[in-house]
Design a protein around this ligand. Structure first.
Ligand SMILES: [Zn+2]
Length: 321
């Protein structure tokens, strides 16, 4: 059992209130999982620490981050996809044409049902590394998303989902979504069984407490899920930033790993904060995060993952997957 801590009351309101249509419900559906808000901060702090050296693909700091994520998965009892957690890939750097090796970390929790439909929950763990002596810690981008996905893994380990859930901690996002592209190009299960992608990128820094839900413009049948989770969330969850626009930075569809899933026709929701002064700066550090927002956003993210599982059949039927 995970520590219950002060979040017990919040967790009750999270899961015991009205559910969206399609929730399997049934007897014994009480949920005793609660987000471990302290562990969440520990994961963020460790992954954004200076000794991770900004987690740039192909570096020792990146390997240390992988070792930490794998250690967390092993300690909670969430096993790998296939023979091992690490799935290597190679990509070519755009300008230098240099071949670079990246490593995705893939874990899985099997669903209680017999559906083949699978949800992929993703977050990139790499960041920009170092420039000289200066470290780009990437606390918000994207130690925060990794920490929130680890929390989802703990939740589904405690309260198994109906459908199989693959946890994809992807590498080399900062080089053009390379890890996510490699995953989609060479998936560990038949691509047609991947029904939905829930992606987290930058979920720890928002002074006005806004967690954007991106993707409903492309997949409007996902709107009721966002609206449902938003009614329980203690952060704001508007929808947007997914319509074609000439405004720079106005369409986030292809700015993060869910873009690789979208390109393959896989419905997605990407949860993340707006651009902020620490974005892609060496000041993107643990100390500069809005930690209370991060914890509350992660409650909403866990709720979103639970509701996505409950609605996966609907998503599959609506999308023809
Ligand atoms: Zn980034």
């Amino acid at each position: 059992m995970r520590a219950i801590l002060a979040s017990a009351i919040l967790s009750v309101s999270l899961f015991s209130t009205a559910c969206v249509a399609g929730q399997p419900g049934g007897a014994g559906d009480s949920v005793d999982w609660a987000l471990d808000r302290e562990q969440l901060l520990t994961d963020l702090r460790v992954l954004a620490a200076d000794d991770m050296q900004g987690r740039e693909v192909g570096t020792a700091g990146n390997a240390r981050a992988r070792a930490y994520i794998i250690d967390r998965l092993e300690s909670m009892g969430v096993g790998p996809v296939g023979d091992g957690y690490e799935h290597g890939f190679t990509f070519e750097a755009p300008r230098s044409r240099e071949k670079i090796d990246g490593v995705n970390i893939l874990a899985v929790i099997e669903g209680t049902g017999d559906s083949e439909r699978t949800m992929v929950v993703s977050a990139h763990f790499d960041h920009e590394g170092m420039r000289g002596d200066q470290i780009w810690n990437g606390a918000d981008d994207n130690a925060s998303g990794v920490a929130s996905v680890l929390a989802i893994a703990e939740m589904f380990h405690a309260e198994p989902p109906e459908h199989d859930v693959i946890f994809a901690f992807v590498d080399a996002e900062e080089r053009g979504l390379q890890g996510a592209r490699a995953f989609v190009a060479n998936p560990p299960i038949p691509i047609e069984n991947i029904t939905f992608n829930l992606n987290m990128d930058m979920v720890a820094m928002s002074s006005d407490r806004i967690l954007w839900a991106v993707g409903t413009y492309h997949y409007p049948y996902l709107t009721p899920i966002v609206e449902d989770v938003a009614t329980r969330a203690s952060v704001s969850m508007p929808m947007g930033y997914d319509e074609p626009t000439t405004e720079p930075g106005g369409d986030w569809t292809n700015l993060t790993d869910s873009g690789a899933f979208h390109a393959a026709g896989i419905p997605f929701i990407y949860l993340g904060v707006d651009f902020h002064p620490h974005y892609h700066q060496p000041t993107d550090t643990y100390e500069n995060m809005t930690l209370d927002f991060f914890q509350d956003a992660s409650e909403a993210i866990a709720d979103f993952a639970r509701q996505s599982d409950a609605n996966l059949q609907m998503i599959g039927e609506a999308s023809g997957r």
